[in-house]
Design a protein around this ligand. Structure first.
Ligand code: F3S
Length: 423
């Protein structure tokens, strides 16, 4: 029987494992027992929220179809990550028929599982926002770090498959970030750089190599930090390293002060991050895109309502020379349509695209060889893998370039003007 020798399963969990709730649920429980054994969990605990990093890749489709063919259905309705919007990319003529079929098949498999097809990587904004202390099974690195750090929810960095199993069984093995002792800060990061804009928070997150392993506690940051900056920090931390959680004393809920963040213990390491570190991180991603730019991509992670509104305010009455693609959630697009913001953006030449992740080569392969600009180092990180070349700049610069069609030379990020914090 799978499961750690002394992992205690309740009667219900044992019955699920034995097949009383169907073959699919039994398979999911077996997988979770193996995961629990690997991490030396003592028991399974109920989970109240699940988010699955759907990907539309073969292994993902295979697993989800296999589970539903075995009768598995979600006990806890999961939200799902973006794949790609077939309608949008078909209309553009960028999508091959086989890719459209693939995405439709993925959607069908997750619908059959009982998922809420949100297709967004910012579920924590509204569609699936956990409360403090709530036990979740979230996959997608930018989601897990936000849920743990900013909301104080408890989730491990699940894979798409282990999160799907949690949705099916309604339980997760209790280990890692579900246990309070593993949530304490370990690395003191003294920030002497002036981090006062979303792009600078993204650059701060790119300093993972210097921060090293552990749970960073950032000291020296502003007392008020906007949601978008916290999203950018978490997303970047997980491309320069691998982070379940961070603390910011006085800002994040489990760190009212630095002493509490460390649980009264001394940090294992102290690191200092200066303007120079941010400039070095920026230099890695900010190459000169060429005199003319061909497109702008914003929204990795998916743009919030505040970011979409700010883009519309900036573009009102202007006309872009090149396509502006803003990836966001269906919820934000519905609100933008109702408020007239979508129309303003469309008149300026900016599309709000639902359901889509930048890491989908089948949608963006036609951008190969062209010069792009984005405000997201994470977008560059993924899209470079399939030959797309972009430069990173703050969102206003991206939009200004889209309007002028031209780029300017790069200046160090530390000297950049303080930009809006949206909220
Ligand atoms: Fe979201 Fe895909 Fe970026 S899931 S965070 S758009 S890589």
């Amino acid at each position: 029987m799978p499961g750690k020798r002394n992992m205690k399963l309740t009667e219900e969990q044992q019955e699920m494992l034995a097949g009383k709730y169907g073959k699919g649920a039994s398979m999911a429980m077996r997988i979770q027992c193996a995961v629990g054994e690997g991490f030396e969990a003592e028991r399974m605990v109920p989970v109240s929220r699940v988010h699955i990093s759907l990907s539309a890749q073969n292994a993902d489709i295979w697993f989800t179809e296999k589970m539903t063919e075995a009768g598995a259905a979600a006990r806890v309705i999961p939200t799902v990550n973006p794949g790609y919007c077939v309608k949008y990319f078909r209309e553009k003529g960028w999508l091959r028929e086989e890719d459209a079929v693939n995405m439709r098949r993925t959607e069908a498999a997750y619908r059959k599982l009982g998922a809420n097809m949100t297709l967004s990587c910012t579920p924590y904004i509204s569609d699936n926002r956990p409360a403090f202390g709530e036990i979740c099974a979230f996959s997608e690195t930018s989601v897990t770090v936000f849920a743990n750090s900013v909301l104080g929810a408890r989730t491990n960095r699940e894979s798409a498959m282990s999160a799907a199993c949690a949705a099916i069984t309604g339980f997760v093995p209790e280990y890692g970030m579900l246990l309070p002792e593993n949530r304490l800060g370990t690395v003191l990061v003294k920030v002497s750089a002036a981090v006062d804009s979303v792009i600078k928070f993204a650059m701060l997150g790119l300093c993972g190599k210097k921060i090293g392993r552990g749970i960073p506690v950032f000291a020296g940051l502003p007392e008020q930090i906007g949601t978008e900056s916290l999203i950018a920090l978490g997303a970047s931390l997980n491309i320069s390293g691998s982070y379940d959680m961070f603390h910011i004393p006085g800002v994040t809920p489990e760190a009212p002060d630095a002493e509490t963040a460390f649980g009264g213990k001394a940090p294992v390491r102290t690191v200092e991050l200066t303007d120079r570190d941010l400039d070095e991180a920026f230099a890695l991603y900010s190459h000169e895109p060429g005199e003319a730019i061909d497109y702008v991509i914003l929204g990795c992670p998916h743009y919030t309502w505040e970011q979409v509104s700010a883009a519309a305010a900036f573009l009102r009455g202007k006309k872009a020379c090149v396509p502006i693609m803003i990836l966001t959630s269906r919820t934000v697009i519905a609100a933008a349509a109702k408020s007239g913001i979508k129309e303003i953006l469309e008149e300026a030449g900016a599309d709000l695209i639902p359901d889509t992740c930048v890491d989908e080569k089948c949608c963006f392969r036609c951008l190969e060889g062209k010069n792009g600009v984005t405000d997201s180092p994470k977008a560059i990180y993924y899209m470079e893998n399939f030959g797309i070349r972009m430069a990173v700049r703050d969102w206003k610069t991206c939009l200004a370039w889209a309007v002028s069609g031209k780029s300017d030379s790069c200046t160090p990020v530390s000297g950049a003007a303080k930009e809006d914090h949206y909220a």
